[in-house]
Every structure is written in structure tokens, then in C-alpha cells.
Design a protein around this ligand. Structure first.
Ligand code: SF4
Length: 395
């Protein structure tokens, strides 16, 4: 276990959903009130373990993901009360909200609990495409949910929109982005539908005679999203997200030094990277008298640098000046010697100490991110879902 950090970011996984989407690669299961009550006890116990280890550490941000955290607002509230009673907590407290559980009572419970950022998983506002995705609600309900979330008083409201959905046209992608812009969200997070081989997505699509769109269409869709967001004054904050100027960004994966709580949660702190078991029942049982950790790896300084660089690229800017303070070393020589070439190829441009990605570079990193997901995340998640306590996973 790493030494006491100066500060951490917490990610808390709440795995319960009211129905299961065929494309979903995450750790989730159908909501059962009895299981969720045991789960609540387990996550407080895991948090207590860190408190005993580190004392009153500064928690820069807390994010609840899932699953469907808005399905169990009482867990969010109890957990946030516990965290703010034992740690110092920063400003960013975010929750993922499902359109079907975005009622006024849930939203005010989240606000009263101290949630400052909301991410609405609309995916699309188009009825036909919601049917293709098996989401179980209408476009109208998603719009109304977005309006309620915007009125609830969160500092940042993000909406998740998917593109490259089978049968989706370029005009339908544009209509979704225009709807989000018209509603006035602070952030649009958009990402392509990624097929994970262990999900029922392929058979779900085959049963309807549907196929994923071509890479050319996917590329044009992303270009349209970028153009629309930019024309509306939004700034590109990563390959797949766009923020209204001045809004604080809803982001979990790009943060350095984070600890994951709950089933399937990932942690990276200092030289360590570890995963909790992907089994909900296994997690609850492990928290009675053991550890929820199912896999761990010690990172070399090169691993840490690669990890930091990957997420800087995802965010489309590399602050070479920050490299030493975060990674303890300057950019490796082989990376530094590549930078002029990247500039010549129109992939990046230099602004003082900062290397910024051009739109062309951002598109290339979109391809890298997709490849990374299929090459590393998919096999790791598949192995951990198949075996809750794997001895090792080779990637
Ligand atoms: S996509 Fe969201 S709502 Fe659907 S099963 Fe996965 S976690 Fe649950």
C-alpha cells in the first residue's frame, strides 16, 4: 500500500441498475434493495480502512459512477456524509444520473447531500436510436430529465451523448448535439459506441440486422460534433468532451492519484495500480473480513510516465513543465526528439512549455484511445468479470 498521499481523488462505484443495456461493459447488476443495503455497509467499511491508514487526508474530488448512482441516492447521501465527516473534501463532487431516475426528489436529495456536478447519461435524444441501444426511455423523457437537472442548481451539468450508433445518420448526431446546446448544458461528453465482445451487443444488433457504421462515417460524426460545439463557443477539453468557457470539468479518469471504492473500482496511487473484485457479492463478502483487491501491479517510473502522458494526450495538451513535478523526471529523450516531427506532421503545435494537439492530432488520439480500450481494457475487464479473483491477467 502506498504511503499517505497529500491528497486523493475518490471514485465510488455503485453497480445497481433498473435494467441492463446490451452494450454495457461495466460492472453492474439489477437493483436489489437487500443487496444494496449490504453494499452500502461494505463501501463505508472500505473507506474506513483508508481513514485508519491515512487519517484526515485531503479529498480533492469525489465521483459516483456505476451502474446507476441516481437509483440509490440514499447511498450517495450516506457516503458523502461519512466522507465529509472524516476527510477534508474539495469542490468537485459528481454523480452520474440516469434519465429514468432524474426526478425532482432524487435531484434535490443529491444537491442537499453536497453534489456539485451532474452527468446525465442521455446517450441520444432520438427515440429510434434509444430503441437500438435498448435504453428503455424516450427522447422526450431524456430532454425533460436534462431540463430538470439544469434547474436543480448543480455547478456543472454534463450530458453524455453517444455517436456511431448503428443506423445513426450524420444529421441525427448533429440534432443530438444541437439539442444539448439549446438546453444549455455546461459540458458535452461524446464517445463512439464501442463493441465489447463479452457483452450481448453483437447478438442484439444481429437480431435486428444492424451493423456498426463505417470508420469514415464515424470520423465525419466526430468532426461534426467538434464543429457544432466550437461554433457554439464551447472549448474542446479532451478528445471527446467540450466545455462552456469557465465551467469546471466533469472528469474522473484523467485525474492523477485516485482511489476507487466499491466493486470493479480501479485505483492508482504513487507506484501502485490495483483493481477491486468485479463481483458484487464477492466484494460484499470480502469487506466482512478481508480485502476487496483482486489484482495489483507495481508501476515502474516509465509506467508512471506513460500513464501520465496517455491522459495528457487524451486531454489534448502536454504541459512539459509539469512533467517533472508529477512524474519526478523530464519527458524522456525519445519523446522529446519526436515532438518536432509531430509538429511537422500537423499533429501538435507548441505554445511555450505546452504541446497542444491539433484537430488532426485529436482524431489520431481518438483512434489510439479506441485501440487502447480494445487491447488493454477489454481483456482486463473480461478476465475480471469471468473470474472475480484472477491470479494474474496477461495483456
Ligand atoms: S449503460 Fe448504464 S444504465 Fe445501462 S446497464 Fe450499464 S451502467 Fe446500467
Amino acid at each position: 500500500m502506498p504511503d499517505r498521499p497529500e491528497s486523493v481523488n475518490l471514485y465510488i462505484h455503485l453497480p445497481f441498475c433498473s435494467s441492463i443495456c446490451p452494450f454495457c461493459p461495466y460492472v453492474k447488476e439489477l437493483y436489489d434493495p437487500a443487496v444494496s443495503a449490504f453494499y452500502q455497509v461494505a463501501i463505508l467499511k472500505e473507506l474506513e480502512g483508508y481513514r485508519e491508514l491515512w487519517g484526515d487526508v485531503f479529498v480533492e474530488s469525489v465521483y459516483f459512477g456505476g451502474g446507476t448512482p441516481s437509483l440509490t441516492p440514499e447511498i450517495v447521501e450516506t457516503t458523502l456524509n461519512w466522507i465529509s465527516g472524516h476527510f477534508h473534501v474539495g469542490r468537485d463532487v459528481g454523480v452520474e444520473i440516469h434519465p429514468s431516475s432524474a426526478g425532482d426528489a432524487v435531484l434535490s436529495s443529491l444537491r442537499n447531500a453536497g453534489v456539485t456536478q451532474a452527468s446525465l447519461g442521455a446517450q441520444t435524444f432520438n427515440d429510434r436510436l434509444l430503441g437500438v441501444l435498448g435504453r428503455g426511455y424516450s427522447g422526450n423523457l431524456a430532454v425533460q430529465a436534462c431540463e430538470r437537472v439544469l434547474q436543480a442548481g448543480f455547478q456543472t451539468v454534463d450530458v453524455d451523448l453517444m455517436f456511431a450508433i448503428p443506423t445513426q445518420t450524420l444529421e441525427e448526431v448533429e440534432a443530438d448535439v444541437e439539442t444539448a446546446l439549446r438546453l444549455g448544458v455546461d459540458q458535452i461528453s461524446t464517445y463512439p459506441l464501442l463493441p465489447f465482445s463479452y457483452t450481448p451487443l453483437r447478438s442484439h444488433l444481429n437480431s435486428q440486422g444492424l451493423r456498426l457504421p463505417s470508420w469514415r462515417l464515424e470520423k465525419r460524426m466526430l468532426q461534426s460534433v467538434v464543429a457544432l460545439a466550437r461554433n457554439a463557443g464551447y472549448e474542446r477539453s479532451s478528445i471527446w468532451s467540450f466545455n462552456r468557457p469557465g465551467s469546471s470539468r466533469y472528469t474522473t479518469v484523467t485525474r492523477d492519484a485516485f482511489v476507487g471504492i466499491g466493486t470493479g473500482a480501479t485505483s492508482r496511487l504513487g507506484d501502485y495500480f490495483w483493481l477491486n473484485t468485479f463481483s458484487v457479492a464477492g466484494y460484499i463478502k470480502a469487506m466482512e473480513n478481508g480485502s476487496p483487491r483482486s489484482l495489483a501491479a507495481r508501476l515502474t517510473s516509465a509506467d508512471r510516465m506513460a500513464y501520465w502522458l496517455f491522459w495528457q494526450c487524451y486531454n489534448l495538451s502536454i504541459d512539459t513543465g509539469a512533467c517533472r513535478s508529477v512524474c519526478g523526471a523530464d519527458l524522456p529523450r525519445r519523446v522529446r526528439t519526436m515532438l518536432p516531427l509531430l509538429g511537422l506532421l500537423g499533429i501538435t503545435r507548441r505554445e511555450g512549455n505546452v504541446i497542444r494537439f491539433t484537430d488532426w492530432g485529436a482524431y489520431l488520439f481518438h483512434l489510439v484511445e479506441k485501440k487502447y480500450t480494445q487491447t488493454y481494457l477489454r481483456p482486463m475487464w473480461e478476465a475480471c468479470l469471468a473470474e472475480p479473483w484472477p491470479e494474474r491477467v496477461v495483456l
